[in-house]
Design a protein around this ligand. Structure first.
Ligand code: RIB
Ligand code: CA
Length: 304
């Protein structure tokens, strides 16, 4: 399986990245998008995480610095100012890719010998830009799996999940492209929370990767406790492993649209699973094997 990864690392993105890089797949490229942190921070974090994983052979690209339409507002509360909860990583020594992610990803998709699996764990700004550059590239994407949205309530507002809230226009553009994404929303990622035994297992990993993961998880746990959010959720790890191993998710076809006009419900995803088959534009995840996701992540973290 050939994979493209786009994200906004971010602690759960970082855990997804460290998991991905131990899976038996061919990662063609990785890209950073504005979201949890400004894109320059996310780009640095992505490069450094790839270096920590010993995979500086994988090209890493910098993408959109702002959403398609709305202004970007950085809120460091959830992931910290550095995006990784204070975890200290050695700076990558890989050559700095100057090409914009949208250009690079369009080039790589056009050249791909077979359709690729694309995972997006941040706002869809880069994905929308690529498909805007060349709409025919939909045919070179085997599956687009996105962490975002919700069939229930949001997490930034009662209506909107963060990745959609940052750039709902990008979500609309991607849904309208005909790519038919797999939507991994809060309704399933909230089923995958880190319990005490999961933290204990992660804390026993006495390696450089284990130390970075431990620092990030400790920060994530502290914020979740302070905000009374319950167990810290592995949102992006669910989407990543759902892309690599589709059997971990149960999905249902639906017609999904996104609110972009209302100040009250901007970023709300509305999924109609009663839509006629020929109107369905998305496969919405409705269940997940939560224990398998956590086992796979911990196995990956131990394997470095
Ligand atoms: O709402 C959760 C999503 O927003 C995750 O991707 C997390 O990393 C943040 O980007
Ligand atoms: Ca993310």
């Amino acid at each position: 399986m050939q994979i493209l990864f786009d994200g906004d690392p971010g602690i759960d993105d970082a855990l997804a990245i460290l998991t991905l890089l131990r899976e038996p797949v061919d990662v063609l490229a990785m890209s950073a998008v504005v979201g949890n942190v400004p894109v320059e921070t996310g780009f640095r974090n992505l490069r450094d995480l790839v270096a920590l994983a010993g995979r500086e052979d994988i090209p890493v690209f910098r993408g959109a610095s702002r959403p398609l339409v709305r202004d970007y507002v950085f809120d460091p509360m959830v992931h910290g100012v550095d995006g990784l909860g204070g975890a200290k990583l050695q700076p990558s020594r890989a050559a700095l890719q100057e090409e914009h992610a949208a250009i690079a990803l369009a080039r790589l998709l056009a050249a791909a010998s077979e359709p690729v699996t694309w995972v997006a764990t941040g706002p869809l700004t880069n994905v929308a830009m690529v498909l805007g550059l060349d709409p025919s590239l939909v045919r070179k994407v085997r599956r687009l799996v996105v962490m975002g949205g919700s069939t229930l309530r949001g997490n930034v507002t009662p209506a909107a999940e963060f990745n959609v809230y940052v750039d709902a226009e990008a979500w609309r553009a991607v849904l309208a492209s005909g790519i038919r994404p797999v939507m991994v929303g809060l309704n399933v990622t909230h089923m995958v929370g880190m319990r005490a035994e999961d933290f204990a297992a992660a804390e026993q990993i006495d390696t450089p990767v284990g130390q970075v993961a431990g620092t990030m998880l400790a920060y994530y746990r502290r914020v979740s406790t302070e905000q009374d959010w319950g167990a810290p959720k592995l949102h992006d790890v669910v989407a990543l492993l759902g892309a690599v191993s589709p059997e971990l998710l149960e999905v249902r076809p639906a017609f999904v649209d996104v609110e972009t006009g209302s100040s009250l419900t901007y970023g709300m995803t509305v999924a109609d699973d009663r839509a006629a088959a020929d109107r369905c534009n998305c496969d919405v995840a409705v269940d997940v094997d939560a224990d398998a996701v956590k086992r796979r992540m911990l196995r990956a973290l131990r394997s470095y």
